[in-house]
Design a protein around this ligand. Structure first.
Ligand code: HEC
Ligand code: HEC
Length: 507
């Protein structure tokens, strides 16, 4: 059972009582009647889970898994983050561990050297609470002052005098977005029904289908997915979901025998986020869905069309009706299939259709864009910088694969580069630098497969390597794309490194 299993409705009502029973011994109410520390912060379900787990591990709190679940739910509901507050930071909950984060240098050096800065950017606290957090860090890990990016400065002084005011200003406890969300958040029953979804799984392709949501009592749902990949292979499964804070959707589903997690935010009849394998969070897909009572155009698959060619396009959404408009130069040849959730059409792009990214329209609906191109000018490897990890070989930690795609880019009439989409490519790896060549990283670090999936080497020392080192490596990832008689090459970097021993819910 994972940390966020199914919660019994009766238990949800016990949250408040549990908080008293389990936490009050150490967290007495203050003069305002608020439980000290606990009452002055807000965070995500994952954030609350980590705090309570720390109470268990470091402070001797004893609590059953069920009670902990009830408390995480209660705290995330009453002291969570509004959708707007978590925006731009969802990658941390969605476990997109190759994200290159953008924070100011001071936050990165002072706080982001041990964990992702999203850990604090996904919290809201009073200034006093940010201050307590700094003291807790130093008290708990006194050696932090002697580590790199600390011993060169007065860390505590800077943390208290500079970071605390910055954090209190950026991530203060009271935020109009939170009060607004508390008024607006819909009843869970509003989520019950049919959801049309579109997705893209790197190295596997586009997919679409319908997710049925039932239940809703106590914010618990039963769900079933019925979809398929562009090549027709089914994507089907069942599971259960739980809604935190009125929008944080977490589900466990089994898709074709594989356990997967859904981490979405649901707002205004739209669900968005990432779905990934529970045991291999690097294998996942971007997911967006719209409820059947909403008219919405979610995606066009594939998202590009070559000038002078004919192709089949699938429009995915909900409440779809009428004929799509792809703009000048792209002619609708035939409607092959039409339902409120899916529209399959045959289109033809004129040889002189203007290259560029254009908005697809269907009646009043729009949103997704279609890239019309004559030729590909550039190929980018995505992600451009990635980490894979050695593993298995008798150890408890599985390998973490690298998964790459080749993204084509073209140039429009104004000379502006635009994204065409994901193109088929041939894949290979080379030594990233001389050092990697000398150590024969290409030979030891793993194998690049035909589909852009890199399988890292086994964990543990390798007697065949210099000084019996492990199978780590520094590689150049190369994608070659054929387009109109030319071969274009894109390059990325892959660091193959050791296991992620400490793998908490928020990086
Ligand atoms: C045995 C004593 C003990 C119990 C029981 C306990 N805590 Fe704590 N708690 C602490 C201590 C000590 C700290 C300060 C150090 C720290 O943050 O780890 C703390 C800090 C906190 C903080 C502030 C953390 C931060 O990052 O600033 C929160 C929130 C919290 N506790 C929640 C809880 C909840 C919820 C429970 C009940 C499920 C609980 N605690 C039970 C001892 C306890
Ligand atoms: C020496 C490494 C290190 C540095 C530097 C560091 N942290 Fe942490 N931080 C940790 C660890 C380890 C935890 C995990 C505690 C746990 O297991 O809950 C943590 C937890 C946290 C949490 C979650 C606490 C909770 O229970 O809600 C926040 C927020 C946080 N850090 C913010 C910061 C900020 C802000 C800074 C800079 C002022 C900072 N950290 C600097 C190691 C560090």
């Amino acid at each position: 059972m994972t940390a966020f299993g199914v919660l019994q409705p009766a238990l949800a009502a016990d949250g408040k009582a549990l908080l008293e029973a389990k936490c009050k011994v150490c967290h007495l109410p203050d003069d305002n009647g608020v439980q000290r520390r606990i009452g002055y912060q807000r965070k995500t379900p994952e954030g609350w889970l980590m705090t309570i787990a720390r109470m268990q591990i470091m402070h001797g709190l004893e609590i059953s898994d069920d009670d902990r679940r009830t408390l995480v739910k209660y705290l995330a509901d009453t002291q969570g983050l509004a959708p707007a507050e978590a925006e731009g930071l969802r990658y941390a909950m969605e476990r997109r561990l190759n994200t290159i984060e953008e924070f100011d240098t001071q936050s990165k050096e002072m706080c982001g050297r041990c964990h992702s800065p999203s850990r604090f950017a996904l919290q809201r606290r009073t200034a006093k609470e940010w201050e307590h957090l700094v003291h807790f860090h130093l008290g708990q890990w006194p050696s932090l002052e002697y580590q790199a990016m600390s011993r060169d400065r007065d860390w505590l002084e800077l943390a208290l005098k500079e970071m605390v005011p910055t954090l209190a200003e950026r991530y203060g406890l009271d935020d109009p977005a939170w009060s607004k969300w508390q008024q607006e958040r819909p009843a869970p029953t509003a989520l019950v029904g049919r959801w049309s979804f579109s997705g893209h799984m790197p190295t596997r392709g586009d997919l679409h289908g319908v997710m049925s949501v039932e239940g809703g009592e106590g914010d618990n749902f039963r769900i079933s997915l019925d979809g398929r990949y562009a090549d027709g292979k089914p994507f089907k499964g069942k599971g259960s979901a739980i809604l935190f804070t009125g929008h944080e959707w977490r589900a466990n589903v089994e898709i074709d025998g594989v356990a997967m997690r859904q981490v979405f935010s649901v707002v205004n009849g739209e669900m968005k986020g990432r779905m990934f394998e529970t045991e291999h969070d690097e294998r996942g897909l971007d997911f967006v869905a719209a409820k059947s009572d909403q008219a919405r155009l979610l995606a066009v698959q594939p998202e590009f069309l070559k000038a002078g060619e004919e192709a089949e396009l699938t429009l995915v959404g909900s409440g779809l009706s009428g004929k799509p408009d792809f703009g000048p130069g792209v002619q609708l040849v035939k409607v092959l299939e039409q339902s409120p959730e899916r529209l399959v059409v045959k289109v033809r792009a004129a040889a002189d259709a203007a290259p560029g990214s254009r908005e697809v329209k269907l009646g009043k609906l729009s949103g997704p864009s279609l890239a019309v191109y004559k030729r590909i000018d550039e190929v980018k490897v995505v992600p451009g910088y990635a980490i894979a990890r050695i593993g298995d070989n008798g150890g408890a930690t599985p390998k973490v694969q690298g998964r790459f795609e080749a993204e084509g880019w073209a140039t429009d009439a104004a000379g502006k580069a635009y994204r065409v989409g994901i193109l088929p490519a041939s894949w290979s790896v080379e030594s990233f630098n001389e050092r990697a060549a000398e150590d024969e990283d290409v030979k030891f670090a793993g194998v690049m497969q035909k589909d852009g999936v890199f399988l890292p080497g086994d964990a543990g020392p390798n007697p065949a390597r210099r000084m019996s080192t492990n199978n780590a490596g520094n590689l150049k990832v190369i994608a070659e794309v054929e387009d109109g008689g030319q071969t274009l090459k894109g390059e990325g970097q892959l660091i193959v490194t050791v296991q992620r021993w400490n793998n908490p819910p928020l990086p």
